[in-house]
Design a protein around this ligand. Structure first.
Ligand code: G1P
Ligand code: ZN
Length: 544
């Protein structure tokens, strides 16, 4: 088996975005494209030479081809051991758990998360570091810099393994272990939650529960955990078989793409329902007649953390991304623990988690997790909610939320996405708001005074690194916020995200229609961005 050196020229645009390198499958299938990025990882991450690499993905189209290529490259680049998930499968949180449990030097996670798959869909690759989390900006910048000058990649032919059979194979200095993708992860979750109480709840015939795996990676994880270990009826897990194109769907757990589940819950036909995304790191939580906003979910879990055995001693602190509502801050204040506001993207939580400053963290984009891994974790959130419901016996999801709002106040919240916008038009709308920022403080939105208007910049409290340009925000003290930013994960044109938050302390006014309450903020956003006028669109494509 000889190592081949293949000459290539750099590809443009291999800059990792909010969450790794994401492109159309057709882009990834160009000869040398995947190889160039992977070689840039091996060239910059020296610990992988002689080290252990974790490898797996969400099972989407091109997953297996990519794994075969990466195995050959790992061999050629001196990796000592690769742990690859059976069938090429590893959910994002499971990959994080495996990296940590096996002391690997890093991992390559193959996924485009919630983006559609198939030959015409998206593919993605992300490098995770030894703590199990997404590489911080310093690392992604180094990888990107390397892709711009790369002129060759190394590959060894003949690394043929049966990806579907668990076992170890040696290829010269490289050991490849095909591992059970669920076991390490399931063991970890079992340590955190009250499985006895959850099991009792799930076995009750009057508890109507459904989990939608959206034909994505969580199917096998949900079956093993919820059905095999916890005793939920098998029919409770739907769309459980991962498909290369997610059955033609959009594996994003939100009211738009998980509509059937959402409608069943909203109509009161389910007591508790949840869904996860393509790679298993997102979660949507629903109760009878109520959708739990992800920002609220983080706050509720923080307030109820001690009900779960893994967090019984309390939480150290909580962090949320800047556009996420400030509901979790209110809980942290009452609990007397630290809270942090970070830029969008899970990588910004890594240092805070490693330093033990926070236990829980989350994003408005259906992401919640804790210090058990260094990724967001969809099934973790589902089990945490089940744990809370099991321990607050007789209470409904709706009831728990209402009580929460009475105690902490309610943060009405919504995100409006304008997808696949012409890039120049998106820039123009952002530029409009950016130029208005200096003059906004002191003026008012619907009677609320603007106290601050800026472009969010973050200084990491642990390593002091600075990240600028993280979203335009207009803040009315504790009362309201309007935020605008461009997506860093899209693969077509630009996606503009507008985020709206309004605080309501009065329990008598906490059950209003969300979009109606936020309307004055929508009008303000249009007046400063001109987004609808510029794009000619009547409204957002997705409202969450
Ligand atoms: C989106 C979400 C962000 C999340 C990321 C990866 O990024 O907004 O919170 O971390 O996906 O799941 P965006 O497209 O906004 O850059
Ligand atoms: Zn995801």
């Amino acid at each position: 088996m000889t190592v081949r050196t293949v000459a290539i020229r750099p590809f443009e645009g291999q800059k990792p975005g909010t969450s790794g390198l994401r492109k159309k499958v057709a882009v990834f299938r160009q000869p040398g494209y995947l190889e160039a990025f992977v070689q840039a990882v091996f060239d910059t991450q020296e610990a992988l030479r002689g080290g252990t690499l974790v490898l797996g993905g969400d099972g989407r189209f091109f997953n297996r081809d990519a794994i075969r290529t990466i195995l050959g490259m790992a061999a050629a680049n001196g990796v000592a051991r690769v742990l690859v998930g059976q069938g090429g499968i590893l959910s994002t949180p499971a990959a994080s758990a495996v990296i940590r449990r096996h002391g690997a030097q890093g991992g390559l996670v193959l996924s485009a998360s919630h983006n559609p798959g198939g030959p015409d869909g998206d593919f993605g690759i992300k490098f995770n570091i030894a703590n199990g989390g997404p590489a911080p900006e310093s690392v992604t910048e180094a990888i990107y810099a390397r892709t711009q000058v790369i002129d060759r990649y190394l590959i060894r032919d003949g690394i043929e393994i049966d990806l579907d059979r668990i076992g170890e194979t040696a290829f010269g200095t490289l050991q490849v272990a095909v591992i059970d993708p669920v076991a390490d992860y399931a063991d970890l979750l079992e340590c955190l939650f009250d499985f006895d109480a959850i099991s009792t709840l799930l076995r009750r015939t009057d508890f109507r529960f459904r989990f939608d795996a959206m034909h994505a990676v969580t199917g096998p994880y949900a079956c093993r955990l919820l059905v095999d270990r916890l005793g939920a009826p098998a029919a409770a897990v739907i769309n459980a078989v991962p498909l290369e194109d997610f059955g033609g769907g959009h594996p994003d757990p939100n009211p738009v793409y998980a509509k059937e589940l959402y409608d069943a819950a909203m109509a009161g036909r389910l007591d508790f329902a949840a869904a996860s995304d393509g790679d298993g790191d997102r979660n949507m939580i629903l109760g009878a007649g109520i959708a739990v906003g992800p920002s609220d979910s983080l706050a509720v879990l923080a307030a109820n953390a001690t009900l779960a055995p893994g967090y019984a001693r309390g939480i150290a602190g909580v962090a949320r991304s800047m556009p996420t509502s400030r509901a979790a801050d209110a809980v942290a204040v009452q609990l007397g623990v630290e809270f942090f506001e970070t830029p969008t993207g899970w990588k910004f939580f890594g240092n805070l988690l490693d330093a033990g400053r926070i236990t829980l963290c989350g994003e408005e984009s259906y992401g919640t997790s804790s210090d058990h891994v260094r990724e967001k974790d969809g099934l973790w959130a589902v089990l945490f909610w089940l744990n809370v419901l099991a321990r607050r016996q007789g209470e409904t999801v709706h009831g728990i939320l209402q009580q929460h709002w009475q105690r902490f106040g309610r943060h009405y919240y919504s995100r409006h996405d304008y997808e696949a916008v012409d890039a120049a038009q998106a820039q123009a709308a952002m530029a409009g708001l950016r130029s208005a920022l200096p003059d906004l403080a002191g003026s008012a939105i619907a009677g609320m005074t603007i106290t601050q208007a800026d472009d969010f910049a973050y200084r990491d409290p642990i390593d002091g690194s600075e990240s600028r340009g993280q979203g335009l925000r207009v803040i009315c003290g504790e009362q309201a916020r309007v935020i605008a930013r461009l997506s860093g994960t899209g693969t077509e044109g630009a996606t503009v995200r507008l985020y709206f938050e309004l605080f309501e302390a009065d329990p008598a006014r906490q059950d209003d229609d969300v979009q109606t309450r936020l309307q004055p903020l929508f009008d303000f956003a249009e007046s400063v961005t001109g987004l609808r006028k510029i794009t000619g669109r009547a409204g957002p494509d997705v409202i969450t």
